[in-house]
Design a protein around this ligand. Structure first.
Ligand code: G4P
Length: 525
């Protein structure tokens, strides 16, 4: 019985992330989805968080100032018999590493595209990560209430730029001021756009795809035009294929307007029909862990400190891969084979954090952490060791030298650096020759956040000396001779004491390789 209940619970889970370029409408659509789930009572709650009135911690100041979302949070709600977990992702490209890792914790992705802009750089990058993982991708082309590009043009661009097949589930009838509705190919109906009256209004189609009986829309030239476009799609477009969707080879495309809540419910209903339940995970030993296995297992994909300034807490976000999580359970941390009791856990909502007592595969739990966890850690119950494959790491590209302004305050400086580095957005190195601390990151903004947080959370004023762009290349310790280091290739060690060179540019890297052809340099550890 217990087992049946668990299987049933796992089957109901749908865990996804929304990917988009900033301003495409991710926040707005998230808010609408939460409304359907009854989590937020009125539109504006998520938005308000973004603009500051729901700010959970002082370091979100930096988000407020720049109007960007730096954190990624988790929202859970029930809808149509399913339990939905949405993982928010930071839109700013300097935080793409954070987003990439979040994508490792989901079973599908929703891609939001601005109909006036089409595929933008950030969407492309994030999409490639989804494609690499082979997870299903659902596309929502947003802002139909504004004048945008021709739908055919958008779908063609989607296929060409992202190299994926697209299948339009519906098709806009006009746009901007001329928006009449969407022609719903999948549900064989027309959904009318109503500006004032918010009630849904559907018109049925006959087998040939035309409106049954009399309707004013039939008189409109746009209606005839859309019928022509639908014919064209039928003849020349892709066929609907649920198997291809689940393999991430074909993306179903939906049109709508998140702001006016048009087409969002239609999207959500279809999404739930085709989005996968939690998937299996592979371990380092090449074992397969099934979501319904009895043994609990999960991995940490994100660590975030001090979400609540009153608690000074750190939270490790864990994706559950199998079994059932229960508060107070004992688990093993695979790294170091350490036993840990999970007594403090939390689940996330749009505007509250609630204590969580149990969760199953597909769910994300937040564990209050006192420094036990690192990104990529596996935890499991039971006797057999489970260690999931490593999460991808991104090689930092820009570097700064960092020191404490007040030499008397070394303790808080080290504590701060240690904790913030564990969160994974920045990497720490130490120079071989001088012992200087060097930070590496993918984007400049991460340094600013680091400096801000060091001051606000650890009361440590740091001085950062820019070192510019560098190429980080690891070298096998047995091949290392400290004399190899010059001013053009600074020798440093990472947190695992592994040596690497920071090359000034490609030229200096080539020069080095010419001089030491037997030395093998690698971009990642
Ligand atoms: P993001 O999270 O992807 O960055 O985008 P967000 O939802 O914040 O939306 C970006 C802007 O686009 C917002 O306007 C939002 O109101 C608008 N928007 C989102 N969906 C739609 C839509 O379907 N139609 C139209 N016309 N606009 C849409 P803003 O002016 O930047 O913010 P605000 O001042 O409205 O809060």
């Amino acid at each position: 019985m217990e087992k049946e209940k668990m299987i049933d619970a796992v089957e109901k889970r749908r865990t996804f992330a929304i990917i988009s370029h900033p301003d495409a409408g991710k926040t707005t659509i998230t808010e609408q989805l939460l409304l359907f789930g009854g989590v937020v009572r009125k539109a504006g709650t998520v938005k308000a968080k973004k603009s500051g009135s729901f700010a959970k911690s002082d370091w979100m100041e930096i988000e407020k100032k720049r109007g960007i979302s730096v954190t990624s949070s988790v929202m859970q709600f029930d809808y149509a018999g399913k339990r939905i977990n949405i993982l928010d992702t930071p839109g700013h490209e300097d935080f793409s590493e954070d987003t990439y890792r979040t994508l490792m914790a989901v079973d599908s992705a929703v891609m939001v595209i601005d109909s006036a802009k089409g595929i933008e750089p950030q969407t492309k990058k994030l999409f490639q990560v989804c494609k690499m993982r082979g997870i299903p991708i659902f596309t929502f082309i947003n802002k139909l209430d504004r004048d945008g590009r021709e739908p055919l043009d958008l779908v063609t661009e989607l296929e060409e730029v992202l190299n994926i097949q697209a299948y339009p589930m519906n098709w806009p009838i006009g746009m901007g001021k001329g928006l009449k509705g969407i022609y719903d190919i999948f549900n064989k109906r027309i959904e009318l756009y109503r500006r004032e009256d918010k009630d849904e209004s559907f018109v049925k189609l006959d087998d040939s795809g035309e409106i049954i009986g009399e309707h004013p829309l039939k008189e409109e030239s746009i209606y005839q035009q859309v019928l022509g476009e639908i014919e064209l799609l039928k003849d020349a477009g892709n066929h609907f294929d649920a198997a291809k969707i689940s393999q991430g080879k074909l993306t179903p495309v939906f049109f709508g307007s998140a702001l006016t809540n048009f087409g969002v419910k239609t999207f959500l209903d279809a999404y739930l029909q085709f989005a996968p339940a939690p998937h299996e995970h592979r371990t380092n030993d090449d074992d397969i862990v099934k979501p319904v296995d009895d043994v609990f297992s999960g991995f940490v994909f994100k660590i975030q400190a001090n979400m609540n300034p009153n608690h000074r807490d750190r939270i490790a976000f864990v994706r559950i891969c199998s079994g059932k999580f229960e508060r107070g359970m004992d688990v093993t941390l695979a790294r170091g084979n350490k036993k840990i009791r999970l007594s403090n856990s939390t689940q996330f909502m749009a505007d509250t954090r609630e204590t969580l007592n149990s969760a199953v595969a597909g769910d994300i739990i937040g564990l209050y952490d006192t420094g036990n966890f690192q990104i990529g850690d596996t935890i499991y119950s039971g006797k057999k060791t489970i260690q999931f494959e490593k999460l991808p790491q991104f090689t930092p590209e820009i570097f700064v030298k960092v020191t404490a302004k007040n030499v008397m305050k070394q303790k808080s400086f080290h504590k701060g650096i240690d904790q913030l580095v564990q969160e994974g957005a920045i990497q720490l190195y130490q120079s071989y020759s001088t012992g200087d601390y060097i930070l590496g990151a993918v984007g400049q903004l991460q340094f600013e956040v680091f400096q801000f947080r060091m001051l606000n959370e650890y009361h440590s004023e740091v001085v950062m000396t820019p070192m510019g762009k560098k190429i980080a290349r690891w070298i096998k310790p047995e091949q290392l001779d400290e004399k190899m280091s010059t001013s053009r290739n600074l020798l440093v060690k990472d947190r695992q004491e592994q040596p690497l060179f920071l090359f000034e540019n490609e030229f200096s890297e080539r020069w080095f390789q010419d001089k030491y052809p037997e030395v093998k340099l690698t971009a990642k550890l």
